[in-house]
Design a protein around this ligand. Structure first.
Ligand SMILES: [Zn+2]
Length: 490
């Protein structure tokens, strides 16, 4: 048996001002064949699982390039085509093959390509032919397009948001693909389009119970796998929207029925899946009123770099400063220039520093403050579900009773070691502000007395009706009240 694997992943916010080029991929991770380190990154679980199983079971594994760019704005056409053609060349050289098993995100948009992975998978199918098993692990914030469904045999999304289960889903994908190659199963996919754009954190109800229920349905009655493609709301592409995908062992009609039933359940949850959002002042007031010893964590999803936002908004920080809050820390703030100045001055130095608020009007104005540089770390990192996430050179600064962690590689807050590796004692803080929508939750909720979600009016609005879509296929909720009735009437 011969199996090919590669990873090509990013999530594109078509409204973000930050272009994604080849350097954006190389800055995050870019591993040519055979150079991927041991263990898995967020989109390379298939490779890690396949290495172990190939060694144990004696099949041939051919590795292609694995690369990921931090979510940002549209990918340059040349960048997508270069990476795509590099991997397709490796694939051609690896023929003949029995399976192609990929790590993708599923929401990559490039100039000239609304659906990069749909294009990529279709080209792979054309190269390997109809009999080779093609499987991919996707982020639930993907666009589950017809092109993707048509080209692949098995598509599996992470079930959890935060995406703590990427390794388990990688195991599941590899297992099903290998069984399909051995002829033990004949996977077929069914998909139902819910006609809705929304966010579905699984750390809270009602999604928690929905995911638990889905997992109980898997593994019986010919149901191999069930995925909920949440969609990525900040992309102006026609095929956006939440979908349910059911993979059955050659039971298409039953799969279609189940996808429709689960899709109807998801539709019934609309408007109930996300937490309530405070404005910055409301959240700070609530946090200060909390007298428990553990800190209150304030999440700032509207400036979440994980969704393509710059991660340099100063809106919440400015209110903390103006209200003279003592014992607060915010991170990460993406400002490589300010970090460089901090390294230039050195640990322990006191200097007048301008930081944050640079990238776009929604980032707010920069902060000008006399700061003390408390700690500097070259090539710092944070940890998410056991995976190492690079932060580049970082600085921890303090001004009055407030601290901030400045980073060089734009990324969201994922693990508490974002702060602790920079010497910040989180247990000594009253307020911890994290730039993240929900990935922070698994790491930070255990040390928080309370988690509050803030709408800081950043570039990722929480109300999808405020997103300036032009190309999304209508009707769709919440842009249209009842797309199902409107569709039926057409
Ligand atoms: Zn995601």
């Amino acid at each position: 048996m011969r199996v090919f694997t590669a990873a090509l992943a990013t999530e594109i916010n078509t409204f973000s001002p930050i272009p994604t080029d080849l350097a954006s991929f190389k800055e995050n991770f870019y591993f040519p064949p055979g150079t991927h380190p041991q263990g898995a990154r967020l989109f390379t679980a298939p490779l890690a699982v396949l290495r172990r199983r190939a060694a144990a079971e004696g099949f041939a594994l051919i590795e292609g390039t694995c690369t990921f760019a931090e979510p940002a704005g549209m990918v340059a056409r040349e960048a997508y085509e270069t990476l795509r053609d590099e991997i397709l060349g490796q694939l051609r050289a690896a023929l003949p093959l029995d399976a192609v098993i990929l790590g993708l995100h599923g929401a990559m948009v490039a100039h000239g390509y609304d659906d990069c992975e749909g294009d990529f998978l279709a080209r792979i199918r054309a190269i390997v032919g109809p009999k080779v098993v093609i499987g991919a692990e996707l982020d639930p914030h993907c666009h589950m397009t017809r092109a993707k469904l048509a080209a692949a045999d098995i598509l599996i999304c992470f079930k959890e948001f935060p995406h703590t289960d990427f390794l388990e889903r990688g195991e599941e994908l590899v297992e099903l693909c290998l069984r399909a190659v051995r002829g033990e199963i004949r996977p077929v996919m069914s998909a139902h389009d819910c006609r809705m754009i929304a966010s579905f954190p699984t750390s809270r109800q009602p999604m928690r119970s929905f995911v638990d229920k889905i997992m109980r349905l898997e593994g019986r009655d010919g149901i191999l796998s069930i995925s909920v493609a949440h969609c990525f709301p900040y992309a102006d592409v026609p095929e956006i929207g939440a979908k349910v995908v059911v993979v059955t062992d050659d039971r298409k009609a039953a799969g279609d029925r189940l996808a429709r039933e689960l899709g109807a359940e998801l539709w019934a949850m609309r408007g109930k899946t996300t937490p309530d959002y405070d404005g910055p002042d409301g959240a700070i007031t609530r946090a200060l009123a909390n007298n428990k010893p553990q800190p209150v964590v304030l999440a700032d999803p509207s400036d979440n770099p994980g969704g393509g936002a710059p991660g340099d908004s100063t809106v919440i920080l400015r209110r903390l400063i103006e209200r003279r809050v003592e014992g607060a820390v915010i991170g990460p703030i993406w400002d490589p220039v300010a970090v460089r100045f901090c390294f230039g001055a050195g640990e322990g130095a006191r200097l007048q520093l301008r930081f944050g608020g640079k990238t776009a009007p929604a980032s707010g104005q920069p902060i000008d403050a006399e700061v003390v540089i408390e700690k500097l770390v070259r090539r710092a990192h944070q940890t998410f579900a056991g995976a190492r996430v690079e932060l580049g050179d970082c600085a921890a600064i303090r001004f009055g009773g407030i601290r901030a962690v400045l980073i060089s590689n734009r990324t969201q807050a994922l693990g508490p070691d974002l702060f602790t590796n920079l010497g910040v004692d989180l247990s000594a803080q009253r307020i911890v502000v994290v730039k993240s929508t929900n990935h922070f939750y698994a790491g930070f909720a255990p040390l928080a007395s309370e988690v509050l979600y803030v709408d800081s009016d950043g570039p990722i609005p929480r109300d999808m009706r405020r997103v300036p879509y032009r190309r999304v296929r209508r009707p769709i909720w919440p842009l249209d009240d009842d797309p199902h009735r409107e569709e039926a009437a057409q």
